[in-house]
Design a protein around this ligand. Structure first.
Ligand SMILES: *[C@@H]1O[C@H](CO)[C@@H](O)[C@H](O)[C@H]1NC(C)=O
Length: 345
C-alpha cells in the first residue's frame, strides 16, 4: 500500500517537471526569435529617436526659437518668409557667369563667402536633427522653420551639381571679401566660383554634399516625394563621382587651403555611404562601409569629436542607432588600431 502511494506521487512529480521544461523551452524559443527578428528588422530602420515630447520647458523652447534664427540671418538669395527685419535680398547674381543659379545657400560667417564643405555639413546635421528631434521641434512650432532652412541649403546644393562629375564648392573670393566691411545686400565685389571635377577631384566635399542630400531626402520623403527623389538622385551621383575620382579637395585646389582645408576623405566616403544606406536601404552601401572598405574602418582609432572635418564618430552613432549589433564591428575595428592595414585609397 505504501509503495503504491509512492509510485503515484513520483509519476505526478515527473509530469510536473515535464510541464515546466516545455514552458521553459517555449519561453526561450520565443525570446530567441524576438531578439533575432529585432536585430534583422532594425537593419532597415531609419535612425530616429521616437521619444514623444514631454512637457515643453519655456527656456529651451526660447533657446530653440532664437538659435534657429541663425539660418535666417545667414541666408543669401531672394528671401522668402523673411523673419529678420534687417536682412534683404543679396547674392542674386551668384553663379551667373557659369549659367547657374547659386543665389541661395548660406553665408559662412560674418563674411559673405559660400564655402560648400561646411555648408553641406551644416545641412547634414540640420537634417539629422530634424530626423531625430522633429517631433520636439513640432511641439514648439519650429519644425517647418527648420525644414525651410534645410531646403534653402539643399536648393543651392542641387544647383551647384549641374552635371555628374562637376560640383561647385565655393562662391566668392575670401581675399576680396574679407577686405570689405559691408552688408551683403549692398556688396558689389566680384564673386568668382570654384568647382571640383574629374581632373580636380574632391571626394570629401562631394561626399559631404551627398550625405546632406541623402539625409535631407529622408526629411522630405513624406511631404514632397518628388523633391526627395531628386535629392537622392544627386546624392547617389555625387557618391559615384567621389568614389570614381578620389581626391582631397584642398590638395586638388591648393588656393583654397586657407579656409576649411580637409584632412582626408575616407571619413566622408563612409559617412555618405552610411546616409545613402539609410535613405535607400540598399545593402550595397552597407557593404561599402563594412566589407569593401573594412580597411578604412580598421583605422577608426578612438575619435573623440565630431566636426565638419571628422565624421567618424557620427558614422558610428548612426550605425549603432540603426543596429546595435554594429557595436561588435566597431570594437573589432576601433580598439584593434589598424590591424587590417591601410585604407585602400
Ligand atoms: C575643373 O576644376 C578646376 C578647378 O576648379 C578648374 O580650374 C577647371 O577649369 C575645371 N575644368 C573644367 C573642364 O571646367
Amino acid at each position: 500500500m505504501e509503495s503504491k502511494t509512492k509510485l503515484t506521487s513520483d509519476s505526478s512529480e515527473w509530469h510536473w517537471w515535464l510541464l515546466v521544461a516545455v514552458i521553459a523551452v517555449l519561453v526561450v524559443g520565443a525570446a530567441s526569435i524576438t531578439i533575432w527578428r529585432d536585430f534583422h528588422e532594425l537593419r532597415h530602420k531609419v535612425p530616429r529617436i521616437r521619444r514623444p515630447p514631454g512637457g515643453v520647458m519655456q527656456k529651451y523652447s526660447d533657446a530653440l526659437h532664437v538659435s534657429t534664427q541663425f539660418f535666417d540671418v545667414q541666408k543669401s538669395g531672394k528671401l522668402e518668409n523673411n523673419r529678420i527685419k534687417w536682412r534683404g535680398d543679396s547674392g542674386l547674381e551668384d553663379g551667373k557667369d557659369d549659367n547657374l543659379d547659386l543665389s541661395k545657400g548660406l553665408y559662412d560667417a560674418g563674411d559673405h563667402m559660400k564655402f560648400g564643405f561646411p555648408m553641406a555639413f551644416t545641412a547634414t546635421v540640420l537634417a539629422w536633427s530634424i530626423l531625430e528631434y522633429g517631433q520636439h521641434m513640432e511641439a514648439v512650432n519650429e519644425l517647418k522653420h527648420a525644414q525651410e532652412s534645410l531646403k534653402w541649403i539643399t536648393d543651392y546644393l542641387i544647383n551647384a551639381h549641374p552635371s555628374d562629375n562637376v560640383l561647385y564648392i565655393q562662391v566668392g573670393d575670401p581675399d576680396i571679401d574679407h577686405k570689405c566691411w559691408e552688408r551683403p545686400e549692398t556688396s558689389t565685389e566680384k564673386r568668382p566660383t570654384i568647382q571640383v571635377n574629374s581632373s580636380y577631384p574632391g571626394s570629401d566635399v562631394a561626399c559631404e554634399t551627398a550625405a546632406a542630400m541623402a539625409a535631407a531626402s529622408l526629411v522630405f520623403k513624406n511631404q514632397d516625394s518628388g523633391y526627395s527623389k531628386l535629392l537622392l538622385d544627386h546624392a547617389q551621383k555625387l557618391f559615384e563621382f567621389a568614389n570614381s575620382y578620389p581626391g582631397v579637395y584642398s590638395k586638388s585646389i591648393p588656393s583654397i587651403q586657407d579656409y576649411y582645408k580637409s584632412s582626408g576623405f575616407v571619413d566622408e566616403l563612409l559617412w555618405a555611404a552610411s546616409w545613402l544606406y539609410h535613405a535607400t536601404g540598399d545593402g550595397y552601401y552597407i557593404d561599402y562601409v563594412t566589407v569593401m572598405h573594412g580597411n578604412a574602418f580598421a583605422n577608426w582609432g578612438n575619435p573623440t569629436w565630431f566636426s565638419w572635418d571628422n565624421k567618424l564618430p557620427g558614422i558610428q552613432v548612426i550605425f549603432l542607432v540603426s543596429d546595435p549589433e554594429f557595436i561588435f564591428f566597431f570594437w573589432g575595428g576601433g580598439v584593434g588600431g589598424g590591424g587590417l592595414g591601410k585604407p585602400s585609397f
